[in-house]
Ligand binder design. Structure first.
Ligand code: ADP
Ligand code: MG
Length: 248
């Protein structure tokens, strides 16, 4: 089939808010195993694009396809069922529970409950997988620590690990390092790099350093439109990108 290996495609995807052209005619493709970064200055339309793909917003025009099937009008749940996972701005962590318990619940699928946790406590196989995820997220030493005691950056790392627990076909992240200190950003970037091996990733990121380290293909947005697409080195040396980012 024409769409073999392609997890996500958008075609002429468009969203207006009143007179604001937040996203205009965007074609975006993400293939299996690819890591794609979308960059652009504030207001470029990155989050709107993300929300159109995730199903939070309805488009004014254009299409969203997953695995070649038209998902333009599919619900958030239907897209999740097809393998789309995302992290949320508002944290879904249980702060009075440990890293281990949060990961355990994520591995149980669907939003967890304390009851589910109690029932399943003796599942050693799952505990082992939870430990493995914690280690990949750089939280091996914090496995038994209550989430409320973690730093802000460590909580972000845990959210990434939880999103990966369901082994999504496509993981979408919107500015995962926003609000973190420079050292936390560095740590999160390292974790993201390690976690994303073998994961299909769509990363929305204002910070070019992170976007270019993580993405193997980079899409540049400005004023709602896709203006450039290329390898990290092509983007790094682009005069157009420099101009856009310097507020041209
Ligand atoms: P980015 O994530 O790249 O900073 P956004 O997608 O958040 O950009 O915003 C793109 C444009 O769309 C901006 O001009 C923003 O003000 C506008 N916009 C985004 N969401 C809404 C909304 N819910 N209602 C009205 N305008 C919006
Ligand atoms: Mg945004």
């Amino acid at each position: 089939p024409a769409h073999a290996g392609r997890i996500l495609s958008t075609r002429a995807l468009t969203r207006h808010f009143g007179g604001v052209h937040a996203v205009s005619d965007v074609d975006l493709d993400v293939g299996t195993g690819e890591r794609v970064s979308v960059i652009g200055p504030n207001g470029a339309g990155k989050s709107t694009l993300f929300n159109l793909v995730a199903g939070e917003f309805r488009p004014s025009g254009g299409r969203v396809e997953m695995f070649g099937a038209d998902m333009t009008r599919a619900s958030i749940q239907q897209r999740a069922h097809r393998g789309l996972a995302r992290t949320f701005q508002t944290s879904k962590l249980f702060t009075s529970m440990t890293v281990a318990d949060n990961l355990y619940l994520a591995l149980c699928g669907r939003p967890g409950s304390v009851r589910r946790l109690r029932d399943a406590r003796r599942d050693h196989e799952r505990i082992g997988r939870a430990r493995g995820l914690a280690e990949r997220a750089g939280l091996g030493a914090e496995f038994g620590v209550e989430v409320g005691e973690l730093s802000h950056g460590q909580q972000r790392q845990l959210e990434l690990a939880m999103a990966l627990a369901a082994q999504p076909a496509l993981l979408m992240l919107d500015e995962p390092a926003a609000g973190l200190s420079p050292s936390e950003r560095g740590q999160l970037t390292t974790v993201l790099r390690e976690l994303s091996a073998g994961v299909t990733l769509l990363l929305i990121e204002h910070d070019m350093d992170i976007a270019l380290v993580i993405g193997e293909r980079v899409v540049v947005m400005s004023d709602g439109a896709k203006v450039l697409e290329g390898s990290p080195s092509e983007i790094r040396s682009s005069e157009l990108v420099r101009r856009i980012y310097l507020g041209g």
